[in-house]
Design a protein around this ligand. Structure first.
Ligand code: AMP
Length: 181
């Protein structure tokens, strides 16, 4: 078994720099604002290193990043792993033919799209986002990867809101978070 790379000191440093913004985008939500982390070279590079190190040697060929903050993490992690990066976007944003998956939100539904040729049959996929909350978003992206014939190796997030139990929606999947609240 590999040593856990999430040493308390590394995780504490990142935790300190993430900003809580209460009541954004609506009352009752505490938004985890990662922009101070992105603006700090040491913290940003440490984040990318810790995420990528967890997946070195696991044969990942595509990293799927979820609009919009997931893109910021997925691109450097993909480069560090020698993999390609696949943007997963809201409706109407991708120019070529897409497939889509819908998932439930607090009220109603939302839909995510990916280009139909973005993941090849048998490719090993890492799904990456900034925050895992209820798990609906990450679950929808896993289903997109699998519809294209990919194999989801893991779901990785910088921040997991454990009290929302997102892992339940991802049951049976490998889930890795750097920071847990
Ligand atoms: P969910 O589908 O409930 O797991 O929500 C995850 C998505 O919503 C991610 O793309 C996050 O960027 C965003 N999100 C949910 N809750 C928060 C939060 N408290 N702070 C920042 N982003 C959040």
């Amino acid at each position: 078994m590999k040593n856990d790379i999430r040493t308390p000191s590394a995780v504490e440093r990142l935790k300190e720099i993430i900003r809580d913004v209460p009541d954004f985008p609506k009352k009752g939500i505490v938004f985890k604002d990662i922009t101070p982390l992105l603006a700090d070279h040491a913290a940003f590079s440490e984040t990318v290193r810790l995420l990528a190190d967890n997946y070195k040697g696991r044969g990942i060929t595509k990293v799927m990043g979820i609009e919009a903050r997931g893109f910021i993490l997925a691109a450097p992690v993909a480069l560090a792993l020698g993999a390609g990066m696949v943007p997963v976007r809201k409706k109407g944003k991708l120019p070529y033919r897409t497939i889509s998956a819908s998932y439930s939100l607090e009220y109603g539904e939302d839909t995510l799209h990916v280009h139909e040729d973005a993941v090849g049959r048998g490719e090993k996929v890492l799904v990456l986002d900034d925050v895992l909350a209820t798990g609906g978003t990450a679950g929808a992206v896993c289903s997109l990867a699998e519809k294209l014939g990919g194999k989801v190796e893991s779901v990785a997030v910088l921040i997991e809101l454990g009290f929302l139990d997102g892992r339940k929606k991802l049951a049976g999947r490998d889930v890795f978070s750097l920071i847990k609240y």
